[in-house]
Structures are given as C-alpha cells and as structure tokens.
Ligand binder design. Structure first.
Ligand code: HEC
Ligand code: HEC
Ligand code: HEC
Ligand code: HEC
Ligand code: HEC
Length: 170
C-alpha cells in the first residue's frame, strides 16, 4: 500500500508547493519600493520633458542597466542651474551606498522563466506608457497594470503577435 501512497503523496506535495509558490507571485511589480534618492519622474519626464530614452537608453533586462548611471545625472546636476550636485550625491553622505553608484531598487520584475525584451515592443511603436502607465506624472514609480501572462496575451492576441508558449518561456 505504502508503495503507491507515499510516492503519490510526495508528488502531490511538490505540486502543491509549486502552485503555492507561483500563486504568491514574488515577482509582481511592487508599489512599496523605497529609493535611495527621492527621484521624481514628474519633475524630470513631466515638467522638464526629458525623453524617457535619454535616461533609459536601452531599456533592457538586467538588474540595473535599464536605469541610468550616475554620470547621466551629473551631466545635468553638475551645472548650478539645475539645483547642483547635492540631490545626486546625497545617498553617499550616510555611507549606506557605495560611492559613485546609486543602487536603485527594482519595481518591475518578471520571473526567470519568462523571456521579455523591450526591443521588439519599442520597435513596433508601443509607447512606454502602454505598459508602465503615465510615468511622467509620477513622483514614485507606481505600477498601473498588473503585469501577468494575461496582460501579455491580451495584447498579443489583439495584435496578431505570437502566443506560442516558447516565445515567452524557455
Ligand atoms: C537632462 C537633465 C537632467 C538629468 C539627466 C537629471 N536631472 Fe535631476 N533635475 C533636472 C531638473 C531641470 C530638475 C529641476 C530643478 C529645479 O526645479 O530646481 C531636477 C531635479 C532633481 C531633483 C530634485 C531636486 C531637489 O532639490 O529636490 C533630484 C533629487 C534629482 N533631480 C535627481 C536626479 C538624478 C538622481 C538623476 C539621474 C538618474 C537626475 N536627476 C538626472 C535635470 C536633470
Ligand atoms: C532623468 C532620467 C530619467 C528619465 C528622463 C526617465 N527616467 Fe525612468 N527612471 C530613472 C531612474 C533614476 C529610475 C530608478 C528610480 C525609480 O524607480 O524611481 C527610473 C525608473 C523607471 C522605471 C522603473 C524601473 C524598475 O522596474 O525599477 C520605469 C518603468 C521607468 N523609469 C520608466 C520611464 C518612462 C516611461 C519615462 C518617460 C516618460 C522615464 N522613465 C523617464 C530615470 C529616468
Ligand atoms: C510591452 C510592455 C512594455 C513596454 C511598451 C515598455 N516596457 Fe518597460 N518593462 C516591461 C516589463 C514587463 C518589464 C519587466 C522586465 C523584466 O523583469 O525582465 C519592464 C521593465 C522596465 C524597466 C526596469 C529595468 C529593466 O531594464 O528591465 C525600465 C527602466 C523600463 N521597463 C522602462 C521602459 C521605457 C523607458 C519604455 C519605453 C521606451 C518601456 N519600458 C516600455 C514592459 C514594457
Ligand atoms: C500592448 C501590447 C503588448 C503587450 C502588453 C506585450 N506585448 Fe509582446 N509584443 C507586442 C508587439 C507589437 C510585438 C512585436 C511583434 C513583431 O515584431 O512582429 C511583440 C513581440 C514580443 C516578443 C517577440 C515575439 C517574436 O515573434 O519574436 C516576445 C517574446 C514578447 N513580445 C513577449 C511579451 C511578454 C513576455 C509580455 C508581457 C510581459 C508582452 N510581450 C507584452 C505587443 C505587446
Ligand atoms: C506573450 C508572453 C507569454 C506567452 C505566449 C505565454 N506566457 Fe506563460 N507567462 C507569461 C508571463 C509574463 C508569466 C508570469 C507572470 C504572471 O502571470 O505572474 C507567465 C506565467 C506562466 C506560468 C506560471 C503560472 C502563472 O500563471 O503565473 C505558467 C505555468 C505558464 N505561464 C504557462 C504558459 C503556457 C503553457 C503557454 C502556452 C499556451 C504560455 N505560458 C504562453 C507570459 C507568456
């Protein structure tokens, strides 16, 4: 009896854990992320109309590279007319951050089993706001859309883009 029950129980337990793990969606975009500098998209992209891609040169998947390096900030803030260096150098004053680097915390993250790249989306002429909402009005980045599989598939179906599992999953 044990010979069938035990393996079955083990399989059910693993399946249960996997379902539980996935349903927690630890990768869901977060709205409670605190940043080392109170950087405002409303001030930069909104009021001062700095184009998104000036800072997010090549929005691409990685821990940090989608977000501009400090040099990009200093390019403007080195000049006294935009408030000076102080707003940009502030995180190093209390030694919680490594010098000359700003460690921004991620808001949007997809799980590793999903393949997403910005390139085909930008090339197809989609505005950043389609997925990220009206970022130019936000002081803090707040996810507007729940980025889940349904969100991807709804648009792909509407636009006749691939819905092949392996286009998005390895
Ligand atoms: C293209 C120019 C430009 C770039 C690049 C830029 N900024 Fe700014 N920043 C501005 C302007 C203009 C203001 C508004 C200044 C004002 O109203 O006095 C501003 C304001 C700010 C403020 C608010 C200042 C305050 O006194 O509270 C902070 C903080 C800030 N920027 C941080 C950054 C960081 C961090 C980066 C790099 C990720 C960056 N900026 C990149 C132009 C720029
Ligand atoms: C002056 C530089 C600058 C400009 C212009 C700018 N951003 Fe950003 N962006 C940043 C910085 C710095 C961060 C990291 C801090 C944060 O999340 O607020 C960031 C973060 C983000 C994030 C969250 C990334 C993540 O997952 O953590 C998104 C989405 C984003 N920007 C979209 C946009 C869009 C859309 C525009 C144009 C409407 C834009 N940005 C314009 C500098 C900029
Ligand atoms: C089709 C939807 C979509 C569009 C359009 C889009 N993004 Fe994203 N963006 C995402 C998703 C999904 C992620 C999370 C990617 C991940 O975790 O691998 C993301 C992540 C980011 C990040 C976090 C850092 C990174 O490189 O992953 C930044 C910054 C960002 N996007 C900026 C932009 C900007 C700027 C534009 C317009 C030029 C834009 N996005 C257009 C869906 C989109
Ligand atoms: C608002 C519409 C929209 C949303 C939302 C969207 N996509 Fe796309 N996606 C497109 C378009 C348009 C293309 C470009 C198709 C082309 O180049 O022919 C594309 C292309 C792709 C490709 C390349 C497909 C290929 O044929 O090589 C992948 C992979 C992809 N998307 C994944 C995703 C993932 C993952 C998400 C969700 C996180 C997502 N997309 C959300 C519209 C969207
Ligand atoms: C256009 C991109 C895209 C396509 C096509 C796609 N998926 Fe997904 N899938 C995602 C994204 C993004 C997630 C993770 C986000 C979420 O739902 O939390 C995901 C999550 C999943 C999960 C984890 C459970 C869940 O719902 O979160 C499973 C299982 C899955 N996909 C199976 C499939 C299968 C099977 C197919 C083919 C019928 C498929 N996917 C096609 C984008 C896609």
């Amino acid at each position: 009896m044990n010979r069938t029950i035990l393996p079955l129980a083990a399989v059910l337990m693993v399946a249960g854990l996997v379902t539980f793990g996935l349903s927690q969606r630890p990768w869901a975009p977060r709205s409670d992320v605190a940043q080392p500098i109170p950087f405002s998209h409303r001030i930069h992209a909104g009021i001062n109309k700095i184009p998104c891609q000036y800072c997010h040169e090549y929005a691409r998947r990685s821990q940090t590279s989608g977000v501009p390096p400090v040099q990009r900030c200093v390019g403007c803030h080195g000049a006294a007319l935009v408030g000076g260096l102080q707003p940009v150098t502030r995180p190093w004053m209390d030694h919680t951050q490594p010098p000359f680097e700003i460690r921004w915390n991620r808001v949007y993250t997809l799980p590793d089993f999903v393949r997403f790249t910005h390139r085909p989306h930008i090339a197809a002429g989609l505005a950043c706001q389609t997925c990220h909402g009206p970022v130019q009005t936000m002081d803090r980045i707040e996810p507007v859309h729940e980025i889940n599989m349904g969100f991807c598939l709804t648009c792909h179906t509407q636009r006749g883009v691939t819905t092949d599992c392996f286009a998005c999953h390895f």
